[in-house]
Write a protein that binds this ligand. Structure first.
Ligand code: ADP
Ligand code: ADP
Length: 224
């Protein structure tokens, strides 16, 4: 079973055709980089794969479930269970301390608060974010917020990690370490990673590169 499979997916925002007939299959353990110029549809592809956006045509099957037949609640459930998302600007809940932000996915799954916070502290340590647990997101730098968002994405041990420019706010060395952590911790457990980036160093970390241009796949290369 593929981790995620998009077949002939198209998506428009009003009159802007963001994706046109895109197909992409991600196998268990695979790392795929989605690259291309700004505005080519990379983020839209990621949001469709996550079930955040609903495909206007074509099919998205996420960890065995056809999302076309899934309402928002069902898609949210699949996302919580199987997907970790890292967006460009961290997207942390503003009123929650960093530790609780990272623990949140486990709390929503019904884990005991103590256990969830202990796991969250472990991931904050692994991503290298060394701040007091009560720190609020507004007190973090952009790079620190990105590290916290990565910890939150990994805390549930997701089958699929989707990351949009996950190293954009980080220096080269920290970015490389985070990328390594995202890839190795996920694939070691049989999970898959989709990395959206215009950074060649990020693409080089993938098994396969899928290049988009104006909403279509123009190039697909296996990397070694
Ligand atoms: P990329 O991630 O490659 O920069 P996006 O998927 O963000 O590309 O955007 C693809 C196209 O869709 C662009 O033309 C962008 O302006 C447009 N777009 C993206 N999100 C929205 C939105 N929420 N509303 C309207 N247009 C959007
Ligand atoms: P990226 O290049 O990573 O997609 P953008 O700056 O294009 O980042 O998009 C940031 C956010 O703004 C996204 O949530 C996207 O959906 C939204 N967005 C992008 N283009 C438009 C647009 N033309 N109109 C409205 N929202 C947009």
């Amino acid at each position: 079973m593929s981790t995620v499979e998009l077949s002939g997916v198209s998506h428009a925002y009003g009159r802007t055709q963001a994706l046109r007939d895109v197909s992409l299959t991600v196998a268990p353990g695979e790392v795929v980089a989605v690259t291309g110029p700004s505005g080519c549809g990379k983020s839209t592809l990621l949001l469709l794969a996550a079930g955040v956006l609903r495909a206007q045509s074509g099919r998205v099957v996420l960890t065995g479930t056809d999302l076309a037949g899934a309402d928002e609640a069902a898609r949210a459930r699949i996302r919580r269970r199987s997907v970790g998302i890292v967006l460009q600007f961290g997207q942390l809940v503003p009123d929650l301390p960093v530790l609780d932000n990272v623990a949140l996915p486990l709390l929503l799954e019904g884990h005991a608060p103590r256990e969830a916070r202990a796991a969250a502290a472990g991931w904050l340590d692994r991503v290298g974010l060394d701040v007091p647990p009560t720190t609020l997101p507004s007190e973090l730098s952009g790079g620190q917020a990105q590290l916290a968002a990565a910890a939150r994405a990994l805390v549930t041990g997701p089958l699929l990690v989707l990351a949009d420019e996950p190293t954009a706010s980080l220096d080269t060395a920290t970015g490389r370490q985070l990328l390594d952590l995202l890839v190795t911790s996920t694939t070691a457990a049989g999970g898959s990673v989709v990395l959206v980036s215009h950074d060649n160093a990020v693409a080089a970390r993938a098994d396969r590169e899928v290049r988009l241009r104006a909403g279509s796949v123009v190039h697909e290369v296996a990397l070694s």
